[in-house]
Design a binder for this molecule. Sequence first.
Ligand code: GLP
Length: 241
Amino acid sequence: MKVIVCESYEEMSARAAEIFAEQIKEKSDSVLGLATGSTPIGMYDRLVDKYNDGALDFSGVTTFNLDEYYPIKKSDRQSYHSFMNEHFLGKVNVDRERTHIPNGEASDPTSECAEYEEKINAAGGIDLQILGVGQNGHIGFNEPKDGLDAGMHITELSESTLEANSRFFSADEKMPTMALTMGMENIMKAKKILLLASGKSKQEALRNLLSRVVTTDCPVSFLQLHPNVTLIADREAMPNI
Ligand code: GLP
């Protein structure tokens, strides 16, 4: 695993945007795995800037988001559909026919998951997967458990995640307690992975990631088994090992 330590969130975001941009310049029809959360917002901002400067063309790419709350309306302020529209997909020249986000409105979530996974495979798999990490070490919404699901699935959110993400919901808005998420195999099959981490609350998860122990108690630790992972972390997120 390549580890890049940055002095600030801004530097982390700029380095991540460079790697993302390189991927598209090298392969204009890249299949990109996208993440939500506060961590990648700075990277998306910089990608939008590059697009506005005429330095990047997203017209050939295909995107697959990692996850979505369930149940949730696409139009809800806190849905990952709204997030992606606001921060990235709605601001660049992606072909919206080729952007995919799990459907939190699906009446049959199991079929939705099977169809979503099918679409990833039909697109030839993911070239570059962007990941953030939860405070408890989750990636996507693969929460710490005795056993992790390999494929796309519906999952209960852990207490830790419900608490961490409750900041996005106001008191009168009910936070969904479940999510649709890519599973560990879907993530691990990506050709390259770019993991971003910022802030002290991510230290414990990174300690596990850098420990040389792989455990389902900390799903991000599985990235040690992937041949092409780059971790970009700001200094605050880096544990003293
Ligand atoms: C969310 C998302 C993850 C994200 C993580 C960290 O629950 N499902 O994909 O990486 O939590 O979020 P943040 O970047 O806001 O800390």
